[in-house]
Design a protein around this ligand. Structure first.
Ligand code: TNX
Length: 530
C-alpha cells in the first residue's frame, strides 16, 4: 500500500516536471527584441554559490558588475560577489569603444556577456535581467529556481539616439521622480533624456546670473500649484545619475515662444523696456550699447493655463541675446552631453523674419559654448548650422527643409510617440489633439518611412516626449508611459525586419507582471492578453 502511494507521488511529481516547459531563449520576453537569438539546449541555473566575474578594464566595469549584482540579490537572496577572479556570470569588456552592441552566451555552466564598449555591456546586462522570471522584480527573497535558457544573443541598436522627454515645466517633476524615470528608461536601452526645462508656466533650472527666473518664474505651474526648480547642484546630480546608466541629458530652453515664465521674472526682457542710463543695473549682466526703447518695462503675469503660442521674446531687443547667452553658458557648463535644445516650437506671435533671425543668433550662441543645437521642426525654416538637428513632431515640410540643408532629423511624430496623448477617449488623463494612441499604434510605425522624403540616412533617432499639462505625479507618469515607452524603445532599437506586433504583444505581459510587482500602475491595453 505504502509503495503504491510513493509511486503515485513520484509519478505525479515526474509528470508535473515533464509538463513544465523549460524556457527557450528565442521565446523570452525581451524588449526591445535583440537582433539575433540562437537557441541551444539545456539551461543555466543561478545558485547561491554564483559570482560575477569581470574581465577587461574600464572605469565603469566594476559599476556595471555591481549594477547586475544589485538587481539579482534582493529576490534571489544570494550574495553574488563581484570580482576579477572568479564567477560563473562573466562580463567581458573587450575594448574601449563607445559601442552599444553586445553578445550573450549562455551555456549550462556559464553566462558570458561581451562588448567592446561599456554601454554595450550595460545593455547586455539589461537583456540578461529580462531573461529571468518576472519574480526577480521582487524586493524580498523568492524561493524558486532561477533558470536561464541556453543559447546565444547578438544585438546592436538600429538608431544611436533613443530618447524620451520629460516636460518638467508644465508640472514640476521632483529629482526623485526624474531618477525613477531614468531607471525605467535604462531597462529599455534608451540613451537620451531630454528635459524641457522652461515654458510659459515655469522656469525650472537655476541660472545664477538671473536669479529671479526661478524665484518668480519657478514659483508656480499648470493649475496654480507651487511649482519648483532644480538648483544647478540638483541638475548635476540628475546628469550624473543618468550618466551612470549610459543616458545623456539634453537640456531644453524653449524660445522665442513658450517664454512667459522668463518674461514674468524680468520686466526688462519685455518689449518697450527702459533701462537706467542705457546700462544694465545688475553686476552680472554685460553692459549694453544700443538704442533704448521708449516705454517703461512691465513684467508679464505668471501663467498657469495650458494655451500655447501666445508668448515671445523680443527678438529686436539686444538684452534678449545677452540673456540667452548667460542661460546657454550656465547650462552648457554643467551639461557634459553634446546637445542643447533651443525649442523654437509654436512661436505663433513672433514675426516669421524675426523668428528666423532669432533662431540663427541663438544657434551661434549655442555653438560658441561648444554644443550642438536641437530644435523643434520649425527651426528648419531658418538656416541651420551644420550638424544641428530638427526634431520632427508635426510638419513634414520642416523635416524636409532640414534634410535639404544636410541636417538630421530626430523623429518624434506626435501621432505616434507623444506619451501625453490619451490611449482612447476614456483615458483618465492626457490630451488628444494629435491622436488617440493605443499601444499598437505607438508600436506600428517605422521611423525610416513615416515622413515622406525622410529616410534612414536623414534620421538621428527617435524620441518619445511626455508633456505634462495633465500629469501631476508619478502615478500619472506611469499610466501614460507604460506600456507605450517600451513599444517606442523597440521601434528605436530593433531593426524593422525584426519587428512584429504579434510578437511584441506576446512579450509585453511579462513586463506587466514586473510592473505589478513593483506597484507601477500601467495602462492595461485591451490589445494585449495580460
Ligand atoms: C505641443 S509639441 C507642444 C507642447 C505641448 C504639447 C502637448 C511641441 C513642440 N509643442 O507645447 O505641451 O503639444 O501635447
Amino acid at each position: 500500500m505504502k509503495k503504491h502511494i510513493l509511486a503515485a507521488i513520484l509519478g505525479a511529481t515526474f509528470a508535473l516536471g515533464a509538463c513544465e516547459k523549460s524556457p527557450v531563449l528565442s521565446e523570452s520576453a525581451l524588449i526591445p527584441l535583440p537582433q539575433e537569438i540562437t537557441d541551444g539546449s539545456g539551461s543555466f541555473q543561478l545558485t547561491s554559490e554564483i559570482g560575477i566575474r569581470l574581465i577587461g578594464s574600464g572605469e565603469n566595469l566594476t559599476r556595471i558588475g555591481e549594477h547586475l549584482a544589485e538587481k539579482l540579490r534582493p529576490a534571489t537572496g544570494f550574495d553574488i560577489p563581484v570580482s576579477f577572479d572568479s564567477g560563473e556570470v562573466i562580463l567581458e569588456l573587450t575594448g574601449s569603444e563607445d559601442s552599444e552592441g553586445y553578445e550573450i552566451q549562455i551555456s549550462d555552466t556559464e553566462v558570458k556577456i561581451t562588448s567592446s564598449g561599456e554601454a554595450g555591456l550595460f545593455y547586455g546586462v539589461q537583456t540578461l535581467l529580462q531573461l529571468f522570471p518576472a519574480q526577480l522584480a521582487n524586493t524580498s527573497v523568492q524561493t524558486m529556481d532561477w533558470v536561464l535558457p541556453v543559447g546565444t544573443i547578438k544585438d546592436a541598436p538600429a538608431f544611436g539616439y533613443r530618447g524620451s522627454m520629460l516636460d518638467v515645466a508644465r508640472h514640476f517633476i521632483p529629482v526623485e521622480d526624474v531618477k525613477y524615470f531614468i531607471d525605467q528608461m535604462a531597462i529599455y536601452k534608451l540613451n537620451y533624456l531630454h528635459l524641457h526645462l522652461t515654458d510659459d508656466q515655469g522656469w525650472r533650472i537655476e541660472i545664477k546670473s538671473w536669479p529671479k527666473l526661478t524665484e518668480i518664474g519657478g514659483s508656480t505651474e499648470v493649475g496654480g500649484g507651487e511649482g519648483g526648480f532644480y538648483t544647478q547642484e540638483e541638475y548635476k546630480e540628475i546628469v550624473a545619475y543618468a550618466a551612470d546608466r549610459f543616458i545623456t541629458i539634453v537640456p531644453e530652453v524653449d524660445m522665442p515662444g513658450h517664454t512667459n515664465s522668463a518674461l514674468a521674472s524680468y520686466a526688462e526682457l519685455n518689449p518697450g523696456v527702459n533701462l537706467p542710463n542705457g546700462k544694465l543695473d545688475s553686476v552680472n549682466h554685460a553692459p549694453l550699447d544700443y538704442e533704448m526703447p521708449k516705454k517703461n518695462p512691465t513684467a508679464s503675469e505668471l501663467y498657469t493655463g495650458i494655451e500655447v503660442g501666445w508668448s515671445t521674446f523680443s527678438t529686436e531687443l539686444e538684452l534678449t541675446y545677452a540673456f540667452v547667452d548667460s542661460v546657454v553658458q550656465e547650462i552648457s557648463e554643467i551639461t557634459p552631453g553634446p546637445y542643447f535644445h533651443i525649442g523654437g516650437d509654436e512661436s505663433h506671435v513672433t514675426e516669421k523674419d524675426d523668428y528666423i533671425y532669432f533662431v540663427e543668433r541663438v544657434q551661434d550662441i549655442v555653438s560658441k559654448y561648444g554644443k550642438t543645437s536641437i530644435g523643434w521642426d520649425e527651426v528648419a525654416t531658418a538656416k541651420l548650422l551644420p550638424g544641428n538637428v530638427a526634431q520632427f513632431w508635426a510638419l513634414e515640410e520642416n523635416a524636409i527643409l532640414a534634410k535639404e540643408q544636410g541636417n538630421k532629423v530626430l523623429m518624434s511624430p506626435a501621432k505616434k510617440v507623444y506619451l501625453d496623448m490619451q490611449y482612447d477617449s476614456t483615458s483618465r488623463i492626457g490630451l488628444h489633439w494629435a491622436a488617440y494612441i493605443e499601444l499598437d499604434s505607438a508600436y506600428l510605425w517605422e521611423p525610416t518611412s513615416y515622413a515622406k522624403g525622410i529616410s534612414a540616412e536623414n534620421i538621428l533617432g527617435v524620441e518619445a516626449p511626455l508633456w505634462t499639462e495633465t500629469v501631476t505625479n508619478r502615478e500619472d507618469i506611469d499610466y501614460l508611459t507604460f506600456p507605450r515607452l517600451p513599444a517606442i524603445a523597440e521601434v528605436a532599437w530593433t531593426k524593422k525586419e525584426r519587428r512584429n506586433w504579434e510578437s511584441f504583444s506576446r512579450r509585453i505581459p511579462s513586463h506587466g507582471k514586473r510592473w505589478e510587482i513593483q506597484g507601477i500602475g500601467f495602462y492595461k491595453s485591451p490589445k494585449v492578453n495580460w
